[in-house]
Ligand binder design. Structure first.
Ligand code: FAD
Ligand code: NAP
Ligand code: SF4
Length: 675
């Protein structure tokens, strides 16, 4: 008897059957642009072997002007078709099915050739689009049709027509981008003519036995977005035009409401998809922040959708579905929604990967193979660097001993998980515990390793992490001055008025911790929606609450400071930094740059500004919390070196500057793969 009867049930589409209810959603990985088709094929084939029913590729441009950026991949000629055949053959050999996403970016295309319904620039692009004339619109439709026909020639089982997230087809639907007065603008019937026509013509061109998924924006989260009534009209018309499945899109890229970040509650938008259930006759897929099989099962069991789409979870673990089916859900590496190695890489022009799984998109170059000779390996430090080394080395057949002076595994992840909005870190630590439990690793907790303890091993790995930096501010030995560890780990009491020194990732996180009280909003969907101003698209256009965001009162008055004169939070994640900044602004956190910390005394924190130390002032506070960066904890590595014992130093113990779990895990995994 399976634990996930809804998730693992097949779905009969008439001409073909999907083996379960799991779709791997589209992700731009950058792999296609490497032009290493074996590598692209292995990425998808590994996921197909892992049991997912249907994969959707990253978006392929139907035309040069519709590409997300100049040179974006697409099926433009016979060679492209042959290249993609490598992918589809490999996925089919692995027992999977794969559809190609056709993504026309419209005014989101990063180039001067971009086109849209009207010549209105998007707030997130520097390029104003050209307004299409009748002939131009016909060309775009024909491009979708050509791409669909070529996808079929390349062996794809179907296509997904991208109609959400504010891309081209979505742009025609709403009046704030579509100002046309011809048959493509004006009434909603006219505005939806283009997406419906695209689906109709694509279906006509490929016949009945080819999957056409239409990704439909069910809650735009922008001013003057679609209403639920319009969503239903479009869904019905798209079904009538020949779509096989409707997938859910949530929010335009320009929306100022987070939709997939880790602080968004799990399954936060399944209720939106549920509104469409029963109103169309074809299967409906839901998506966003569904990352574990029990969440997916509940969503399906509650009738929110016929299928679930998960994208990033398949970067974290290619074997997601097989592990769920085998009753090994605890061993599924969780996607923690951090975006650090996926979307942040994409937007930084780097190849996608995954913080918890550095093999994602590196299937062909990062192999974990049985070691030629098993060795005795000691790993000191069970933070992410040490854990990833120990697990990978053990998988390769080495005899591993993992030592930590703390009484639990996880290192600083146990501190990170205290932050409201970072609840997914609990799951990450649980996963490490389950993986270590299922391995042959010998674990020694509450054990402080010394250089003498490490004699007799073939390899010694030092992953001892960091020590917080003491900025040496006069008065920092006073009792009201706390470190972030005092606050987050040791739960020392903190007063109502707080100055936070240092505005890196930890300074922002500590501020978030201090302004919240009680249950985290990430654990309470109605309250989270109120905080960010999410409404019901049945009652309000685009699903924006008419009263706007209604932030809960801040628990403390917090002043967050840095010495650099630039705006605070510039170093945070590309796709998540704005959320941290907005969240703290909603709580009236005062942000100050260009600060000199003069001293701390009975009056409070004395500061001045700039090189000339102008505008001196005292911030009256109950506590000062120091978050001034970290230094490597190298005492053990130095002691070993002094004894002439060679060791590998990784993670924070190696370089503390700009350290994060992504680097720690990547370094540990790669080291262990090479031992
Ligand atoms: P650590 O995690 O510090 O682990 C080192 C381990 O070594 C510890 O368990 C320690 O007890 C042990 N140890 C030290 N000396 C000895 C000894 N002599 N004997 C035995 N054991 C020893 N990173 C992200 O990527 N994303 C985030 O969102 C994020 N948020 C964070 C939020 C907070 C509040 C904090 C504090 C950190 C956050 N980080 C985040 C940073 C991330 O947790 C660290 O970069 C990462 O944990 C470093 O890994 P590490 O294995 O090198 O060291
Ligand atoms: P950090 O990002 O390097 O920030 C350190 C802060 O302290 C900066 O604001 C810095 O700004 C200030 N500072 C440095 N030296 C100082 C000194 N001598 N006196 C006073 N202030 C000083 O480090 P962190 O915040 O400690 O975070 C540690 C690591 O954890 C980071 O590298 C980060 O990647 C990771 N992390 C990531 C996330 C995430 O969401 N991805 C969240 C938390 C932590 P000024 O020099 O301008 O004062
Ligand atoms: Fe998920 Fe983070 Fe991995 Fe992206 S990098 S897939 S968000 S765990």
């Amino acid at each position: 008897m399976t634990h996930y009867p809804h998730l693992l049930a097949p779905l009969d589409l008439g001409f073909t059957t999907l083996k379960n209810r799991v779709l791997m959603g589209s992700m731009h990985t950058g792999l296609e642009e490497t032009k290493d088709w074996n590598r692209v094929a292995e990425f998808y084939a590994e996921r197909a072997r892992g049991g997912v029913a249907l994969i959707v590729t990253g978006g392929m441009a139907p035309s040069k002007e519709g590409g997300v950026f100049p040179g974006a991949a697409g099926l433009f000629n016979d060679q492209d078709i042959a290249n993609h055949k490598v992918i589809t053959d490999r996925v089919h050999d692995a027992g999977g099915k794969i559809a190609m996403q056709i993504l026309h970016a419209g005014r989101y295309a990063y180039g001067p050739e971009c086109v849209s319904a009207s010549a209105i620039k998007s707030p997130i692009s520097p390029f104003p689009p050209k307004e299409l004339d009748e002939e131009g619109i016909e060309k775009q439709i024909q491009d979708f049709v050509t791409a669909t026909v070529r996808a079929r020639e390349a062996g794809y089982d179907g296509v997904e027509i991208m109609g959400s997230e504010g891309y081209f087809l979505n742009q025609f639907l709403v009046t704030h981008v579509n100002k046309r007065t011809d048959r493509w603008g004006g009434s909603y019937e006219n505005r939806m003519r283009l997406p419906v026509e695209v689906v109709r013509r694509c279906r006509e061109a490929v016949g009945e036995d080819f999957i056409i998924i239409y990704r439909l924006s069910m809650i735009d989260l922008i001013p003057n977005g679609s209403t639920h009534e319009e969503v239903v009209m479009l869904a019905k018309a798209v079904e009538e035009a020949g779509a096989t499945i409707i997938n859910t899109g949530i929010g335009w890229h320009e929306a100022r409401i987070p939709t997939i970040a880790t602080s968004v509650p799990r399954r936060a938008f399944a209720w939106v998809t549920k509104k469409l259930m029963g109103k169309v006759g074809i299967p409906v897929i839901t998506s966003n922040r569904i990352n574990m099989p029990d969440v997916a099962e509940d969503v399906l069991a509650e009738g929110c959708a016929d299928m679930v789409s998960m994208a990033r979870p398949f970067l974290a673990d290619a074997d997601f579905v097989n592990k769920a089916a085998e009753g090994k859900a605890a061993l599924i590496a969780p996607c923690i929604g951090c975006n650090q190695a996926c979307l942040d890489h994409t937007f930084g022009g780097k190849l996608t990967s995954c913080l918890v799984n550095p093999r994602a998109c590196h299937e062909t170059d990062l192999q974990v193979e049985p070691a030629e000779k098993a060795r005795k390996i000691a790993v000191v430090g069970a933070g992410p660097a040490g854990l990833s080394t120990a697990l990978t080395a053990s998988q390769r057949g080495h005899e591993v001993t993992l030592i930590d002076r703390a009484d639990k595994l996880g290192g600083q992840l146990n501190v990170a998980k205290q932050i409201p909005g970072k609840e997914e870190f609990w799951g990450l630590v649980d996963w490490y515990e389950a993986m270590v439990e299922a391995s042959d690793i010998e674990v020694k907790l509450s054990t402080s390793a010394t250089a003498d303890d490490l004699a007799g091993y073939d390899e010694v790995i030092i992953a001892t992490g960091i020590v917080p930096r003491d900025p040496g501010i006069p008065g920092s030995d006073r009792p009201e001055v706390l470190s972030y560890l005092d606050v987050l780990r040791d739960k020392k009491p903190v007063g109502k008025r707080v100055a936070v020194i240092g505005a890196g990732g930890i300074g922002f996180d500590v501020s978030e911790f201090l302004v919240h009280e009680g249950e985290s909003l990430t654990e309470n969907l109605p309250e989270w929606m109120k905080e960010w101003g999410v409404g019901d698209p049945e009652e309000t256009r685009g699903g924006l609450a008419p009263e706007g965001p209604q932030p809960h009162a801040a628990a403390r008055e917090v002043t967050l400071m840095q010495r650099k004169a630039k705006a605070l939070g510039k170093g945070l994640g590309k796709t998540t930094g704005w959320i941290h900044r907005a969240a703290l602004k909603m709580k009236n956190v005062q942000m100050m740059g260009g600060v000199n910390y003069e001293k701390i005394d009975d009056a409070g924190l004395h500061i001045s500004f700039g090189e000339t130390r102008e505008n001196p002032q005292v911030i009256e506070v109950d506590n000062v919390v120091i978050c001034a960066g970290q230094l490597p904890e190298r005492s053990l590595a130095d002691a070993l070196e002094a004894k002439g014992v060679s060791c590998h130093v990784i993670g924070g113990a190696d370089v503390a500057a700009e350290l994060d779990a992504k680097r720690a895990i990547n370094q540990g995994t790669r080291l262990a793969a090479s031992l």
